[in-house]
Design a protein. Sequence first.
Length: 73
Amino acid sequence: METYTALRTFADSWHLLFMFVFFIAIVVYLFRPGSRKMHDETKNMIFRNDDKPDADGDSRPDRRDHSQPHEAR
């Protein structure tokens, strides 16, 4: 049981401190002042190769009138 006690003591003190410092480092990295450009580029990445909408502005494949409820098929 000595190994268990030693590992438990390490996990209770130093590992907890390490995990807290790691969490703070990640938060600081994500919210650092120069990261806005990277985040803007990342959030628009999925639209980069998107096709433009139709000329009438409606890019939905089915053009039924969705204002009235209809029976499911």
